[in-house]
Design a protein around this ligand. Structure first.
Ligand code: ADP
Ligand code: MG
Length: 239
């Protein structure tokens, strides 16, 4: 599904900073992987390239056999919106919109009418155990609830891939486990391809494969198929 060949990226804000020095990586449809590395190792840079949010300097990125470099900006945006859902450490909710409106936002951009998009937003909020919170503003929600709103928003456009940049970075450990359990269920029950970027081994250990990034290249790739079930069990949000 994802094929990266010799991806290079240098930032030019001041002295040039060569962040990605030839990334080679393949991720198959339906995989649940983490990309782990130290702070500053280029994880977000790589995820932004995977998410077609940022350009690369050289190399090849194929997503479902489409060479991303060849897409016009408009086509790239369409492709991104259709294929990819994003989850961020800081949730990125719109502070002056309630939970339901935040979840419905991607459908607004797709031109779906208000009634239909709010209906669908309610379905996804219910799926994430947040029906009662639909009319609350982000600042009235806990961190875990905000991240679940963000997950509902990521899911509403039915993406094939979820890209999560430090999704538990702002959460306590119990809430982190809950959020990782939700991602696990999405992978298991809906067959979504999920890529989680993290600097925490505890988070990476929840995924099936741990891809290490160091000094701008991919290092060891660990299969992690025997990871323990979470001590908290599956919490049933996705039922
Ligand atoms: P990570 O997510 O692994 O912490 P990043 O991909 O965010 O790492 O950043 C890698 C390096 O690139 C860091 O040194 C960071 O300061 C630098 N960097 C990231 N984004 C930019 C940017 N837009 N302009 C200049 N430098 C950047
Ligand atoms: Mg980062």
């Amino acid at each position: 599904m994802i094929h990266l060949k010799d991806i290079q990226k240098t930032y030019h804000a001041g002295a040039p900073l060569h962040v990605l020095k030839g990334i080679n990586l393949d991720i198959e449809k339906g995989e649940f992987v983490s990309i782990m590395g130290a702070s500053g190792s280029g994880k977000s840079t790589l995820l932004n390239i995977l998410g077609i949010l940022d350009n690369y300097d050289s190399g090849e990125y194929y997503l479902n056999n489409v060479l991303i470099r060849d897409l016009s900006e408009t086509r790239a945006a369409e492709y991104r919106n259709r294929m990819i859902g994003f989850i961020f450490q800081s949730f990125n909710l719109i502070s002056f919109k309630n939970a339901m409106e935040n979840v419905a936002l991607p459908l607004f951009y797709q031109g779906v009418g208000r009634k239909r998009r709010n209906e669908l937003a309610m379905e996804y909020l219910e799926k994430l155990g947040l029906k009662e919170w639909a009319h609350h503003m982000p600042n009235e929600l806990s961190g875990g609830q905000k991240q679940r709103v963000a997950i509902a928003r990521a899911l509403i456009s039915k993406p094939q891939i979820i890209l999560a940049d430090e999704p538990t970075g702002a959460l306590d450990s119990k809430t982190s486990i809950e959020v990782m359990n939700i991602l696990k269920e999405l992978h298991r029950d809906e067959g979504l391809t999920i890529i989680v970027v993290t600097h925490e081994s505890g988070v990476a250990n929840q995924t099936d494969k741990i891809i290490h990034i160091k000094d701008g290249i991919i290092g060891e790739i660990e299969e992690n198929l025997n990871h323990d079930a979470s001590p908290f069990g599956v919490n049933g949000y996705m039922k």
